[in-house]
Design a protein around this ligand. Structure first.
Ligand code: AVJ
Length: 314
């Protein structure tokens, strides 16, 4: 047998190595969400400063029936990143004769848990989980009962973590997945005063800092590395040119770290970029969607216009 690159962490390791070999070091934000990272993210959602989750929830509570009407009867709801559960249930409760629920999620344990929760609560809906990386187009499962069309559901403004070209590709792949007659309901975070944005990513209790630093802890644990968390500080800045929050980890001194036997050097003050979080205008997002062949049919917002849920059609 040859030693193939099938180690479960091989993909993670090669992405970490590649990201830390660049002149501007970076780490992919999708790796935030291990067990601890998911717990910290849940805590972020409860923070006073972190407005997106609660704002989207308010919009969804208020307009779920309108969203369901836009989606139309006998749909298959295809959720990108399974089961944020509460928002999903609000929407499923209002859908008219929904045929199927398809959670799509790369983490198998999250996927199975979400599928079971929804299956129990909605015994008349066919629950058909798909375990895959949704940033690539994928085929819908075989439906035991044929829905009239598919509607993607992508809440949380996760689209904002993708730079414009990657976001356009993801929207185009959503369009391809739902096919002709399909649609999508998406959550997008909107532009607002910079001090509100920066506070949301620099909370006073330091939960976002712990969330950011947990990425280094995860690398230590899973990739046999020796980051010292005291050597890095969390920072989040608003970049007005790109209209986004950048999350960074800033090296506090010149030092060297070993990752799976190989050294990585840091200068004092050097940054690792860990996350982009784009804030849109409705016009800007409409143009982005158009470049992916999608039209914004309807947008629901909160009274301050801090967050929007949009209905897109192919
Ligand atoms: C869930 C990815 C949308 O970008 O606001 C929260 C993640 N990062 N605090 C965001 C996050 C820092 C969040 N998303």
């Amino acid at each position: 047998m040859t030693a193939l690159a099938t180690h479960p962490n091989q993909q993670f390791l090669s992405e970490v190595r590649a990201g830390l070999s660049r002149p501007q070091k970076r780490l992919p934000c999708k790796y935030f969400y291990d067990q601890r990272g998911s717990e910290l993210f849940d805590q972020i959602c409860e923070l006073d400063e972190y407005y997106p989750t609660r704002t989207e929830l308010t919009i969804t509570r208020r307009y779920a029936a309108e969203m369901a009407e836009q989606i139309g009867p006998r749909a298959a709801l295809v959720e990108y990143g399974s089961g944020s559960s509460l928002k999903t249930r609000l929407l499923l409760d209002e859908l008219i004769d929904p045929i199927a629920y398809v959670p799509v999620e790369i983490c198998e344990s999250h996927l199975v848990a979400a599928a079971e929760r929804i299956g129990k609560r909605y015994p008349l809906i066919d629950v058909l989980p798909v375990c895959t990386d949704f940033t690539q187009a994928f085929a819908l499962p075989t439906f035991p009962r044929m829905p009239s069309h598919a509607a993607a559901y992508f809440p949380g403004s996760t689209i904002g973590n993708f730079p414009p070209e990657a976001a356009r590709r993801l929207l185009a792949s959503i369009r391809q997945t739902v096919g002709a007659g399909g649609g999508a309901i998406l959550g997008i975070d909107l532009q607002k005063p910079v001090k509100v944005l920066e506070a949301a990513y620099n909370d006073a209790a330091g939960v976002t800092a712990a969330f950011n630093l947990n990425l280094l802890e995860r690398i230590n644990r899973e990739l046999d590395a020796n980051f010292s968390l005291d050597d890095f500080e969390h920072r989040a800045d608003y970049d007005p040119e790109h209209g986004r929050i950048d999350m960074l980890l800033v090296a506090q001194r010149e030092h060297e770290v070993e990752i799976a036997g190989e050294p990585v050097r840091f200068r004092r003050g050097e940054t690792i970029h860990t996350e982009h979080s784009h804030k849109y205008t409705l016009d800007g997002f409409t143009r982005l969607a158009a470049r992916a062949g999608l039209t914004v049919r309807k947008a629901w917002t909160d009274p301050r216009d801090w967050f929007a849920v949009v209905h897109l059609v192919a």
